[in-house]
Ligand binder design. Structure first.
Ligand code: BTN
Length: 327
């Protein structure tokens, strides 16, 4: 009911919607409408009420709810169900708890994470209303071995979405998006599987959209940045989220339905910050100098060590020298 009223107000943004009109449309009393309007106001919607004219929607809050995003979605399944929280420990943890009963494509999103998780047990700074902290629940009918490529599909989708927003970025294999040698986005893929089948995958994507310098603190601020810090303007999170989900669904369906990984891999190669460069490969805490040569169709990174030995890395940690140290 509340969302139906919101929809009506959005459809008539330039004018007033009379109380009588709403009563007729939904067959409810004026008191019920008044309660819904108050709830919407509490959620951050600015609504003007003028006697004899009715209600007018003046502005919407900057939140990533289904109501605020679905108009921009061109997807069939991805993001059609958005489970939205104001605050959670980690959207990946929430998504894993919801996954068995959830529909494929459900997106768990939170305005803030109190224990955001990065790879290799690291934490991920996720301040309120300043980023996109989300986990997409996927149920692909593929072998567990093929799941790692979904991370790169995610990275390609984010890179493409940033281009849609007019922002240039690079991909640091296998799961980071980089601008100006600093990280703006990290991806953490987790899965539940049996030997030959996948139960579910949780693709966690964290994007520093409007994060301010002081949110990072000094140490992280040396290696991380946000879209707002780089472009010097506030970025529309709703639009960016919709672009990511729209791009992701196309690339994901090509891969899962037709085994076609050509597009994501070519994006990851074209936009790679590593290829052709001297990098460090970190193994068991030890750093080895190498040159990044190629990204294979199976998603592995081909590197050549100082003494000429060539290795295909399937996963793992690599770093490249940025302005203020390795990223
Ligand atoms: C990394 O950079 O090491 C990966 C970071 C992944 C962060 C995202 S934010 C949404 C989702 N929930 C989490 O706790 N982590 C991922």
């Amino acid at each position: 009911m509340k969302n139906d009223i919101l929809r009506l107000l959005k459809e008539n943004k330039d004018g007033y919607v009379s109380g009588g009109n709403i009563c007729e449309s939904f067959g409810v009393s004026r008191t019920a409408i008044w309660k819904c309007i108050n709830q919407l106001k509490e959620e951050g919607y600015e609504i003007e009420s003028v006697p004899k004219h009715g209600y007018k929607l003046l502005s919407c809050p900057d939140v990533l709810t289904h109501e605020e995003v679905y108009r921009e979605l061109e997807t069939d399944k991805i993001g059609r169900n958005i489970v939205h929280f104001d605050t959670v420990d980690s959207t990946n943890e929430k998504a894993k708890n919801l996954a068995v009963a959830a529909e494929h494509g459900t997106v768990v999103i939170s305005e803030e994470q109190t224990i955001g998780k990065g790879r290799l047990g690291r934490s991920f700074v996720s301040p309120k209303n300043k980023g996109i902290w989300m986990s997409i629940i996927l149920k692909p009918d593929i072998e567990p071995m093929k799941v790692s490529l979904i991370t790169q599909i995610g990275a390609a989708a984010v890179n493409k979405a940033l281009i849609n927003m007019g922002i240039e970025s690079f991909i640091k294999w296998p799961n980071d998006i980089i601008i100006n040698n600093k990280k703006v986005c990290g991806i953490l893929t987790e899965m539940s599987c049996e030997l030959t089948m996948v139960n579910f995958v949780v693709l966690g994507i964290g994007i520093n959209v409007n994060v301010d310098k002081e949110d990072f603190g000094e140490e992280i601020g040396n290696v991380a940045t946000s879209l707002k810090l780089e472009t010097k303007k506030k970025i529309d999170r709703k639009k960016l989220l919709a672009y990511i989900l729209n791009n992701f669904e196309k690339l994901y369906n090509d891969y899962v339905d037709r085994d076609d990984i050509v597009k994501p891999i070519s994006i990851c190669k074209e936009r790679s910050i590593l290829l052709g460069k001297e990098i460090q490969v970190i193994k068991k805490g030890q750093a080895y100098k190498a040159k990044a040569l190629d990204i294979e169709e199976n998603g592995s990174l081909v590197v050549q060590y100082e003494h000429g030995e060539i290795e295909e890395l399937i996963s793992g940690e690599v770093s490249i020298r940025g302005k203020e140290g390795y990223v």
